[in-house]
Design a protein around this ligand. Structure first.
Ligand SMILES: [Zn+2]
Length: 431
C-alpha cells in the first residue's frame, strides 16, 4: 500500500477546520496531520494537491438498500405500502444472486463517487445464502466498508422460520468475522412483521458479536397505528417493552415519535438514522431532529434506497436535512451546517492513528466560490460529483475523478442489460 501525502487542503480536524494543511497516510492509517506546508523531508509515494479543496473523513451513508439501485425512479406517487407491494417487491422477487451482485456494485460505485466510505446496506433479498454473499463479496472486492444488515421478517408474506434467520445470521457472522470491509448487523425489516421472540433472540445474538440491530422504525403514521392495534404500544415503546432498545439499536427514520418515545430513545442510548429525502419522496413526514439533538441522541444520515430517494448522494441528503428541519420548525436557526456535517461523518475528524478513510472535495467551482464558511460550502453548495479523490483503508479508490476499482462503463452497460431482463422476468411473475 503506497504512502500518500495530501497538501494545500482545508482539513477537518478535531480542533475544527485547519487551512491550509497536510495529511500523511501510511499503512492504512492517518500518520500525521499539520498546518501549513509539510515539514522538510516528509514525502509520500503519491502526492495529492488539495488546493481549493476540503479534506475530511469519508462520509457514512447510514441506511440504504443496494438492491434498489435497479429501481431508481420508481418511487413517486404511491404511499409506502402500495409502493412496496406494486413496485418494489415484484422486482426484488425476480432478482438472482448475479443481478444482485451487479446492483450492489452499482450502488457501491455511486456511494464511492459521492464520498461515502462506509455504507449500511439494509439487505432485504436474503432468500438464499448466495443472494447475501453476492453483496458482501461486492463490498469486499471494491474496498469500501459495508455494514450488511441482514433483513428478515417472521410474520406475514415472505416470512422466514426463526431458526433459519438465526442460522443465516450466525453463518454470516462467522464468514465475515474480522473482515475490514464487511460487518454484519441484524436487520428486522419492519417491526410489524417481526415477532418479539425472534427480535429478542436475533438482538441477543448480534450483541454477543459486538453488532447492532438496524430496523425501520416509526417511518409512517400507519406503522404507529399498526403497532397500537397489535401491541397497544407505539413502536419505540414496544421495543422498550421487549428489551430491544439500547445502544446497539439503530432506529431508521424515527419520524413519528411522541415525547415519551423521544425520552426513551435518549435514555437507552439508541441511534437514529435520518433519511430526509426518502421521507419527503414518500410523503412520510419529518423526523424530529432538533428534539433528538436537544436530547443528545446520536443522529446519522442515510440516503435510503434509490427507489425512494432516488440517488445516494449524501451531499443532497445533508442539504435536505438542514432545510427540512428548518421548514418544519418554521425557524431558520435550527440545525447549522456544521451539525449536519457531523451527522454525515459521525463526528469523526482527521486525526493521527485513525483509519485512513478520507475524501477530497473540490470547492473550486462556481457553485462554491467564494467560500466564506467551509461547512456551509460543503452542506449547501456541493454535490457528490465534486468529490475528487476517495481513500478507504489507506487505498486510493477514486483519484481525481477517475475510478480505480473497476471498469465503470462496462458495469453500467451490464446493469442496463440486467435491468431489461429483470423487468421482463418480474412481469412474468406478477401477472
Ligand atoms: Zn429503508
Amino acid at each position: 500500500m503506497k504512502s500518500i501525502l495530501i497538501r494545500n487542503g482545508a482539513l477537518l480536524t478535531s480542533e475544527g477546520w485547519l487551512e491550509p494543511g497536510y495529511v500523511l497516510v501510511e499503512g492504512g492509517e492517518i500518520k500525521a496531520v499539520g498546518a501549513g506546508a509539510p515539514p522538510p523531508g516528509m514525502a509520500g509515494e503519491e502526492t495529492v494537491d488539495a488546493a481549493h479543496c476540503a479534506v475530511l473523513p469519508g462520509l457514512i451513508n447510514g441506511h440504504t438498500h443496494f438492491s434498489q439501485s435497479f429501481m431508481r425512479g420508481l418511487g413517486g406517487g404511491l404511499p409506502l405500502l402500495p409502493w412496496l407491494k406494486e413496485r418494489i417487491w415484484p422486482l426484488q422477487r425476480a432478482m438472482t444472486p448475479e443481478t444482485l451482485r451487479l446492483a450492489a456494485r452499482l450502488a457501491l460505485i455511486e456511494n464511492l463517487r459521492c464520498g461515502a466510505t462506509t455504507v449500511v446496506d439494509h439487505h432485504k433479498i436474503a432468500r438464499t445464502p448466495a443472494h447475501t454473499d453476492a453483496v458482501c463479496e461486492a463490498a469486499a472486492e471494491l474496498g469500501l466498508r459495508v455494514t450488511l444488515a441482514r433483513a428478515w421478517a417472521d410474520l406475514g408474506n415472505g416470512a422466514e422460520e426463526p431458526q433459519e434467520i438465526l442460522a443465516d445470521l450466525e453463518r454470516l457472522l462467522e464468514r465475515w468475522a474480522g473482515s475490514p470491509h464487511v460487518t454484519i448487523a441484524n436487520g428486522p425489516v419492519a417491526l410489524w412483521r417481526c415477532s418479539p421472540e425472534t427480535l429478542q433472540r436475533t438482538h441477543a445474538l448480534i450483541r454477543a458479536h459486538g453488532g447492532v440491530t438496524h430496523a425501520h422504525v416509526a417511518e409512517t403514521r400507519d406503522e404507529v397505528t399498526l403497532s397500537l392495534e397489535a401491541h397497544d404500544l407505539r413502536p419505540v415503546a414496544w421495543l422498550e417493552e421487549i428489551g430491544v432498545l439500547g445502544p446497539e439499536t439503530e432506529l431508521v427514520h424515527a419520524v413519528w415519535l411522541d415525547e415519551e418515545e423521544l425520552d426513551l430513545v435518549a435514555e437507552r442510548g439508541a441511534t437514529v438514522v435520518h433519511c430526509p429525502i426518502a421521507n419527503m419522496v414518500l410523503g412520510s413526514g419529518a423526523a424530529p431532529v432538533p428534539a433528538l439533538q436537544a436530547r443528545e441522541v446520536p443522529v446519522r444520515l442515510g440516503s435510503d434506497g434509490p427507489a425512494s430517494n432516488d440517488t445516494q448522494d449524501l451531499f443532497e441528503v445533508m442539504k435536505a436535512a438542514l432545510n427540512l428541519a428548518r421548514v418544519t420548525a418554521l425557524d431558520p436557526t435550527v440545525l447549522a451546517p456544521d451539525a449536519v456535517l457531523r451527522m454525515a461523518t459521525d463526528g469523526r475528524a482527521l486525526t493521527p492513528g485513525a483509519p485512513a478513510d478520507l475524501i477530497v472535495v473540490n470547492l473550486n467551482h462556481p457553485r462554491a466560490v467564494p467560500v466564506h464558511d467551509l461547512d456551509a460550502a460543503l452542506v449547501l453548495c456541493s454535490h457528490g460529483s465534486d468529490v475528487r479523490t476517495v481513500i478507504a483503508g489507506g487505498k486510493v479508490l477514486l483519484r481525481d475523478g477517475e475510478l480505480l476499482v473497476l471498469d465503470e462503463s462496462a458495469l453500467l452497460e451490464e446493469c442496463r442489460r440486467a435491468v431489461r431482463e429483470l423487468l421482463r422476468e418480474s412481469e412474468l411473475r406478477t401477472n
